[in-house]
Write a protein that binds this ligand. Structure first.
Ligand code: FAD
Length: 264
């Protein structure tokens, strides 16, 4: 249970971040009641019907599977509902220098052989064998990706058939909708309205409530800011400064494009 003084959690924003926050909170707390039947913690999400979400195609890392598993989501249902596909790694082109490429296959290269990692064996073989295949060719994930094939890792003793990992590509808008259904089925409440003001507690300056355009006021004990680039609570009400990292980044824009994939 959360801190007993937290009786109501308010999430601001209903994009992927908002519903990803709401789903586990609802799973753990929203329906829980104490001995007298009183709900111990409400989970409320406020989202604007007038301000859209980013909701593009999302590429993820294998850690997304741990999140989905913690909610008990069914993998096949999830892929179908989010128009997802499987992702075995990331290809970096012209990364270190123009013309250079490498494929980062997710997961490991297999169990240790005679107590040494496959990497160490490959290094030794490189000295002894002419034209040794590159290290990435020993990765099951990379080999599958190159062959445009996928199968999930097999359960059982560690082997090359289960050392790799995978993630997903999916439609972020559908993922948010999927988690919304999940969270609301477990007691999360959805409030649709545009926040026009944030009320702070005079005693400590923390958020007390958000005020909506239609006059409603949503108060809470814990607020989670998932309002995207607007950063309504963090940047706006709390005035936490934005840290600009653009000078450190080699990229300064995404280029989305729709694509369709044929099924094999
Ligand atoms: C082209 C592109 C490609 C991307 N690719 C990837 C990727 O491959 N992998 C990855 O992990 N990420 C990717 N991202 C980033 C990721 O998609 C976004 O960071 C994420 O979708 C943002 O979700 P969010 O919930 O934080 O914000 P948003 O989707 O912006 O949602 C904000 C929410 O806040 C609400 N809100 C805002 N203001 C108010 C208000 N005044 N009152 C009430 N509600 C309000 C809105 O209604 C909305 O519900 C990509 C982004 C872009 C643009």
């Amino acid at each position: 249970m959360p801190d007993p003084s937290i009786r109501k959690i308010v999430i601001v924003g209903g994009g992927t971040a908002g519903w990803m926050a709401a789903a586990p909170l609802a799973q753990r707390f929203a329906g829980a009641t104490n001995a007298t039947g009183t709900v111990r913690c409400e989970v409320v999400l406020v989202e604007s019907p007038d301000i859209g979400t980013v909701g593009v195609g999302e590429a993820t890392l294998p850690t997304i599977r741990a999140y989905n598993q913690s909610l008990g989501l069914d993998g096949a249902d999830f892929v179908q509902r989010t128009q997802g596909s499987f992702k075995l790694g990331i290809e970096f082109r012209d990364w270190g220098r123009v013309g250079h490429r490498f494929f980062h296959g997710f997961g490991d290269f297999g169990p240790a052989i005679q107590g040494l990692s496959p990497w160490q064996h490959w290094l030794r073989l490189q000295r002894e064998v002419d034209k040794l295949p590159s290290y990435e060719d020993w990765s099951t994930a990379t080999a599958m990706a190159k062959g445009n094939r996928f199968t999930p890792p097999e359960p059982g003793a560690p082997s090359a058939a289960n050392a790799y990992s995978f993630a997903y590509h999916f439609d972020a808008g559908l993922y948010a909708a999927y988690l919304r259904e999940y969270a609301m089925a477990r007691g999360a409440q959805r409030v649709q309205g545009t926040i026009v003001d944030v009320e702070l507690r005079p005693e400590d300056g923390f958020v007390a409530a958000v005020k909506l355009q239609d006059g409603r006021r949503v108060e809470g004990d814990l607020f989670i800011d998932c309002s995207g680039f607007r950063a309504l609570l963090i940047g706006g009400a709390m005035q936490s400064p934005y840290e600009d990292w653009s000078s450190l980044l080699p990229c300064d824009r995404p280029r989305p494009c729709p694509a369709s994939a044929s099924r094999r």
